[in-house]
Design a binder for this molecule. Structure first.
Ligand SMILES: [Zn+2]
Length: 237
């Protein structure tokens, strides 16, 4: 399995992976390592891709039923049904947490005490505060020195929106208001997420790369029917 970016055993002792399209068995518009089950790809292919990712990180993966909200689920095992939420938190070293994206912002949080989280932050999640909620949940579990890897997402110039939508985002995080490649209103969701993390004293590694402009990542805005890549975080065992 090919990962686009890997941090292994960082200062927080966490393992974090961001996958790309390479290394998977999906075909057609999902070609590559599509990890999304709900994007009309062949289910057997997605299961094989998920099996390969779990083997690569050497532990079972917990996925979410992501819904663009602000709910956080704390897990200590693999649930029978994926929790309906947009942030997963665990203190278990026997699990890996996964967030699936194709333009939204994947945020992988860790702390030296062994609390980790995977967060799905799109435009609605930015406005709803899913990232601050996840940070609060981690601190409730004892996290003190959080650091975040913010993965690739659609960039501000590629995310044109109606002016009213940009204004709503600007009300929550002013730095998220920007302009597109043609100068029309746009939103930089990742910049807003980074501002939220910074305001909460979380150290940040922001991975460069726009999903819509890179061939090795999935982009919903770029392709419509397409796959999902993953951000994965786990405690070091
Ligand atoms: Zn872009």
């Amino acid at each position: 399995m090919g990962a686009v970016f890997i941090w292994d055993e960082t200062s927080t002792g966490a393992r974090r992976v961001l996958t790309g399209r390479t290394g998977g068995v999906s075909r057609g518009p999902w070609a590559g390592l599509n990890l999304g089950l709900h994007v009309e790809d062949d289910e057997a292919d997605v299961r094989e891709n998920r099996r390969r990712l779990a083997a690569a990180v050497d532990r079972p993966l917990v996925y979410m039923e992501q819904c663009h909200g602000a709910e956080v689920a704390v897990v200590d095992g693999v649930p029978d049904v994926a929790p309906r939420c947009d942030a997963l938190v665990t203190t278990s070293a026997d699990l890996a947490l996964a967030v699936l994206v194709a333009d939204c912002v994947p945020v992988l949080l860790a702390d030296p005490t062994g609390v980790v989280a995977a967060v799905h932050a799109g435009r609605p999640g930015l406005l709803a505060g899913v990232v601050p909620n996840a940070v609060a949940a981690m601190r409730d579990l004892g996290a003190r020195e959080l650091d975040a890897v913010v993965g690739p997402s659609v960039c501000g110039r590629c995310y044109e929106v109606p002016a009213a939508m940009r204004d709503l985002a600007a009300d929550v995080e002013p730095v998220s208001a920007t302009v597109s490649w043609t100068g029309t209103p746009a939103i930089d969701v990742a910049a807003g997420v980074v501002a939220q993390l910074r305001a909460l004293d979380v150290a940040i590694t922001w991975v460069p790369g726009c999903t819509r402009e890179r061939e090795d990542l999935y982009s919903y805005r770029g392709s419509g029917t397409t796959g999902r890549f993953a951000g994965v975080v786990a405690r070091a065992s």
